[in-house]
Design a binder for this molecule. Structure first.
Ligand code: SAH
Ligand code: SF4
Length: 358
């Protein structure tokens, strides 16, 4: 039923105007509708009090305002992280996370796909396999729910990272549309520089993304400094080896002037040695970049463990000697399964256990 209704979050400004024109409404109604959707973030048509009642009824018969049902929420006071699991109209489950930082940033980490086709071995989402792409509206709606939550507390969503479930550049068109909606002054009005996209390294799409004329931050999941090691962790490396990924990173910097971030999940005894740090330092020479070190989040389908803090420090020291800045990303909300895809895995496991028990 809901599938036949237009999801208003899927529509650009121009498309909202076209919808209003089709309903024989004056142009200013589109602006009013956009304000209800993105400024006031209302959840019902009844709440759109400056739209005539017949128009609200017509809209309710033709369209919907998103369509998520929240099925779980976990909050970790210690790491100021809130994780939510939503059910989509076709019963797919997706996760998003809100991170609240001491410097005032309020960052939503949102998903772009239900599942993921890339099969990275340590990733809970990769272990699930691919279900489907999210629509642009479904990507945006995740940010809207957190923005609504924050505004209820007198705060504002300041940043969005496309780092949840799925590979954003595999869902290129919808991800781009979502970024434009997030950024649009008539949309969520989040600055491009406050939006970051993380990719496993799809080379043609990184180049295409570089040409969009955007100032969005780019993060690339590297995780290893030789092709043999990277292919063992990220199967996509067999198609796009490290040399090509780095070439695409150089291209992104040249086109946008923005520093690229490389992500490196530190796995004990696998990719956390001083030799690997040296190799990474050599690879990144001359590139405007930053490295994010993330001690591995253990997942059910992968036997690896996070690196010890001394190893992490030693790794960072080598990078510093190469003139490469790095940060160790705190594993926020590890107690609430806030690693990519982990809450969904946990909820499904509990459901299975319940079924087995009954
Ligand atoms: N598909 C994109 C974005 C989502 S994953 C990508 O791969 O970049 C976001 C980041 O979390 C990636 O760097 C990914 O490699 C990392 N990641 C996934 N599972 C992890 C785990 N179990 N521990 C640490 N980092 C993980
Ligand atoms: Fe997909 Fe990213 Fe997970 Fe790899 S790390 S399986 S690309 S979500």
């Amino acid at each position: 039923m809901t599938e036949t209704l237009i999801n208003l979050y899927d529509l650009s400004d121009a498309e909202l105007s076209a919808l209003m024109a089709e309903l024989n409404q004056p142009a200013f109604r589109a602006k009013q509708l956009a304000e209800w959707l993105y400024k006031h973030k209302v959840a019902t048509f009844e709440a759109m009090t400056n739209l005539p009642k017949p128009l609200r009824e017509t809209l309710a018969a033709r369209a919907r305002i998103g369509g998520f049902v929240q099925v779980a929420e976990q909050h970790s006071a210690e790491s100021a992280t809130t994780k939510r699991l939503y059910r989509l109209p076709d019963a797919q489950l997706i996760e998003s996370v809100l991170m609240e930082y001491e410097d005032g940033r309020r960052t939503a980490c949102i998903s772009t796909q239900a599942g993921c086709a890339m099969g990275c071995v340590f990733c809970a989402t990769g272990q699930m396999g691919f279900a489907r792409h999210l629509s642009a509206g479904e990507i945006v709606e995740q940010a809207i729910h957190f923005a609504r939550l924050l505004e209820g507390e007198g705060e504002r969503l300041s940043n969005v990272v496309l780092m949840g479930m799925g590979e954003p550049l595999h869902n290129y068109e919808n991800t781009l549309r979502a970024i434009r909606r997030l950024n649009d002054p008539n949309g969520l009005n989040i600055g491009q520089r406050h939006i970051t996209l993380s990719t496993v390294g799809l080379v043609p799409e990184i180049k295409r993304f570089a040409e969009e004329g955007l100032q969005v931050g780019l993060a690339i999941s590297l995780h290893a400094a030789t092709d043999a090691e990277r292919s063992a962790l990220l199967p996509i490396n067999r198609r796009y080896p490290i040399r090509e990924v780095l070439e695409a990173a150089h291209y992104y910097v040249a086109k946008t002037g923005r520093r690229v971030t490389f992500e490196w999940a530190l796995i004990r005894g696998e990719n956390d040695t001083v030799e690997q740090a040296e190799r990474l330092g050599a690879l990144l020479r001359g590139l405007l970049c930053h490295v994010n070190l993330i001690p591995l989040n253990p997942t059910g389908g992968y036997g690896g463990a996070p690196s010890d803090p001394v190893r992490v420090e030693a790794f960072q020291a080598v990078l510093a000697r190469h003139g490469i800045s790095s940060t160790v990303r705190v594993r926020r909300g590890i107690d609430i399964q806030a690693g990519c895809g982990q809450l969904k895995t946990e909820v499904l496991r509990r459901q299975r256990t319940r079924r087995t028990a009954s």
